[in-house]
Design a protein around this ligand. Structure first.
Ligand code: SAH
Length: 351
């Protein structure tokens, strides 16, 4: 009988012992055959979750304005590599490229590159972005460095594996996944890993670390150091490092147990933006998404779109603006951080 993802993970745990949350997550999301991202379309109202670019075209348009501004600050180089990490359905890139039509020559200069693991989403991206002839990558190593690079990523970092430490009897231990009577269960294991000494924690508190995420952002930082350019990441998370359990699994817009129905739920954690701020680069932010989008002019954009809209469209524009910027929605939960090594560049939206 064909092996399920549950069988595969269970057999690994039986052979090698309990696995850390990062290893478990990497298999659930990225297993070549059964991983969540490898087999389906997770987006939209019938999918598992909705992201900012899917809420409103204004999101991609604002990022487009951000990218154009940067290209102009760079002196309008004749060649630019625009790399999006985890482009999903390609909506953000499509909205972004549409607005850049206002900057003459940007499109001629810009080569679109996409970092994506999901074969299904690559097909979607190929359809939507065919006009820009994108190149795909599975890692940062193959991204060209012969022109400045602008890197963007929305809700990408939360999908990278993270690990959980727990304080028990004044000791830090690591939360792991084991098997008990055919079910996955959480357990604890000794570890030499420690949070930063400034973290105050009580017994039973959890602290999350994400070495894979940090090393990815360090890779991005190296890339823009070598090639020139800047990077921008938007995601849900916290501005200051702190304790808490943010491991979440979402299936069809509902929170479910991360240990059940493996490979069919999206697994994520909140991004610790303070930890990312330690990357060697000039860091902008983190700031809240609502404030960032307002500084980039989303309200003016909404007003100008509304002028040309019928009633139904106008409602859609207003509800999109509200969802992206209001503190009850994505406005404060989501944060934005920027990186560069180029002193001449002033990344917009941060001050
Ligand atoms: N940015 C999109 C999609 C966010 S979902 C949006 O805002 O709508 C996360 C995206 O990252 C998906 O495209 C997923 O397939 C991709 N992804 C997740 N882990 C990845 C990895 N390790 N390498 C490359 N892409 C990854």
């Amino acid at each position: 009988m064909a092996k399920t993802l549950k069988d595969i993970i269970r057999s690994q745990i039986t052979q090698y012992g309990p696995m850390d949350i990062g290893q478990f997550m990497a298999l659930c999301l990225g297993h070549p055959e059964h991983g969540y991202y490898m087999k389906q379309d997770p987006f939209g109202s019938v999918g598992d979750f909705t992201t900012a670019p899917e809420v409103s075209q204004m999101f991609g348009e604002m990022i487009g304005a951000w990218v154009c501004d940067l290209w102009i600050q760079m002196g309008q180089p004749e060649k630019l590599t625009l790399l999006e990490c985890g482009p999903g359905r390609g909506t953000l890139m499509s909205d972004l490229m549409r607005v850049t039509a206002r900057a003459p020559h940007f499109k001629d200069a810009c080569a679109v590159h996409l970092l994506e693991i999901s074969p299904f989403l690559k097909t979607k991206q190929a359809e939507l972005l065919a006009a820009y002839n994108p190149a795909w990558h599975e890692g940062l190593d193959s991204v060209p460095t012969d022109a400045p690079v602008i890197v963007i990523g929305n809700e990408f970092l939360d999908a990278l594996p993270f690990r959980q430490l727990m304080k028990i009897d004044e000791q830090w231990v690591e939360r792991v996944v084991g098997v008990e009577v055919d079910q996955f269960v959480f357990g604890l294991k000794k570890t030499a890993l420690r949070p930063d000494s400034s973290i105050r924690a009580h017994d039973g508190d959890m602290f999350e670390i994400a070495p894979a995420r940090l090393s990815f952002v360090e890779g991005v930082s190296d890339l823009i150091k070598t090639a020139g350019g800047a990077a921008l990441f938007l995601d849900y998370g916290h501005i200051k490092s702190g304790t808490g359990d943010t491991f979440q699994a979402v299936h069809k817009h509902e929170y479910v147990s991360p240990l059940e129905n493996v490979g069919n739920a999206d697994l994520t954690s909140h991004v610790d933006f303070e930890a990312l701020g330690a990357v060697d680069a000039q860091v902008f932010g983190p700031v809240e998404q609502g404030a960032f989008l307002k500084k980039l002019g989303i309200e003016t954009r909404a007003a100008s779109l509304t002028k040309k809209a019928d009633d139904k469209q106008a409602k859609h524009i207003q509800s999109g603006l509200h969802r992206l910027t209001h503190s009850d929605e994505m406005g404060t939960l989501f944060k934005v951080i920027g990186f560069t090594h180029d002193d001449r560049l002033q990344l917009s939206g941060f001050s």
